[in-house]
Design a protein around this ligand. Structure first.
Ligand SMILES: Cc1ncc(COP(=O)(O)O)c(C=O)c1O
Length: 384
């Protein structure tokens, strides 16, 4: 872990040389949308809509260093990052093989938007290795995986999928939002492109919508071109808030990791919780993959309540510290029901088939004291 933190120190806090006297310790926020242009210059203009102003570039550089990417770009949301990364690699007539275990918004983008552009998508479960190979066609240009997954916190072994991608010369795109680059860096495991919702752990304070894409310089240049044309640049203030969040990312992740493990271990012993899904538990189907590939199991837990929707609603209504709200990965613990948030466009049967039947709640452990989170969950669940 110390090696990782060392890397995070230089990536996030920057310089290995002594800073100049009187320079600011905190990175400056340069909120200007436009910059004075030298008359007669044919250099690119500086414009926040082009994503090339100092605060926007500074945060991208730090994120690229954390992921081990050649370059990165910040955009207006995690969904913008997902959309632009896919549009950068796919053209009408192309084909994508995507994991079946993905965030509902991503699934909708594939089903409703890629299909409109004449791009076909085949879904495969990450544990069906043969199906991935069988799904690759002459028109396949990319494979997409989310890991750890929303909301079941499944952890995908990227090695066989990266091998397949490289064998067929197609790009592997990975959404690593649930891990943050402190716990998992997809590019180290064979991915070509990493996507993150910076709204989540990178920012960590539930006060920003932003996203980022990392990869080769040429890929990031193409994403940046699309970002400009589709108007998806990140606002400089949002970029600055993410930068500020990233300065505490490593210590926040340590706390999310210890809280996640403590809460999951406790949840696994509760009778009113039919099942606790957390990759740090030995009972989790991906525990072995998670233990060898992640630097921490994270703060996300799936809780299947005995008693379905009625039990979930009773439980949610009684919580005091843990807040019932969509989104995740902030300093405050949040809980939500995928059936009405992240996966509301799936039918109840589809959700059940994917492993999260109605009555399933997704818990994002914040950085409060673990015993306070557990105490709150206990009083809300035990009073049934
Ligand atoms: C795994 C994952 N990817 C992408 C997104 C989209 O992020 P945003 O809300 O920043 O658009 C989410 C949102 O919950 C997510 O959970």
């Amino acid at each position: 872990m110390s090696g990782r933190l060392g890397r995070s120190t230089t990536a996030v806090h920057g310089v290995l040389h002594r800073r100049a006297d009187w320079s600011p310790v905190a990175p400056p926020l340069i909120q200007s949308s436009t910059f004075i242009n030298p008359v007669g210059s044919d250099e690119p203009v500086l414009y926040a809509g082009d994503g090339n102003t100092p605060t926007q570039l500074a945060v991208a550089k730090k994120y690229a260093a954390l992921e081990g990417a050649e370059d990165a770009v910040f955009v207006s949301s995690g969904m913008a990052a997902t959309a632009l990364a896919h549009l950068a690699v796919l053209r009408p007539g192309d084909h994508l093989v995507a994991s079946r275990w993905i965030y509902g918004g991503t699934k909708r983008f594939f089903d409703e938007e890629l299909s409109r552009l004449g791009i076909e998508v085949t879904y495969a479960s990450p544990d069906e290795h043969r199906l991935w190979r069988k799904s690759v066609r002459k028109q396949t240009r990319a494979l997409f995986v989310e890991t750890p997954t929303n909301p079941l916190v499944r952890v995908v072994d990227l090695a066989p999928i990266a091998k397949l991608a490289h064998e067929y010369g197609v790009a592997l795109l990975v959404d690593g939002t649930f891990a943050s680059p402190i716990n998992f860096r997809p590019l180290e495991h064979g991915a070509d492109v990493v996507i993150t919702s910076a709204t989540k752990y990178l920012n960590g304070h539930s006060d920003v919508i932003a996203g980022a894409v990392g990869g080769s310089a040429s890929f990031v240049e193409e994403v940046s071109r699309l970002m400009r044309l589709w108007g998806q640049a990140v606002d400089p203030f949002a970029a600055w808030l993410v930068d500020r969040g990233m300065r505490t990312l490593a210590v926040r992740m340590e706390r999310h990791n210890t809280n996640g493990l403590a809460v999951a271990r406790w949840a696994a012993t509760q009778k009113w919780i039919a099942k606790a899904h957390y990759p740090g538990l030995e009972s989790h189907p991906d525990h072995e993959v998670a233990a060898r590939s992640l630097d921490g199991f994270g703060g996300m837990i799936g809780l299947e309540l005995a008693g379905g929707v009625a039990a979930a609603e009773r439980f949610l209504a009684r919580l005091r510290i843990v807040t019932h709200a969509p989104s995740l990965a902030g300093v405050e613990s949040l809980v939500s029901e995928p059936r009405i948030t992240s996966h509301s466009h799936f039918t109840a049967e589809e959700r059940a088939a994917l492993g999260f039947p109605d009555g399933f709640v997704r818990l994002s452990c914040g950085i409060e004291d673990a015993e306070d989170i557990i105490g709150d969950l206990e009083q809300a669940g035990a009073s049934r």
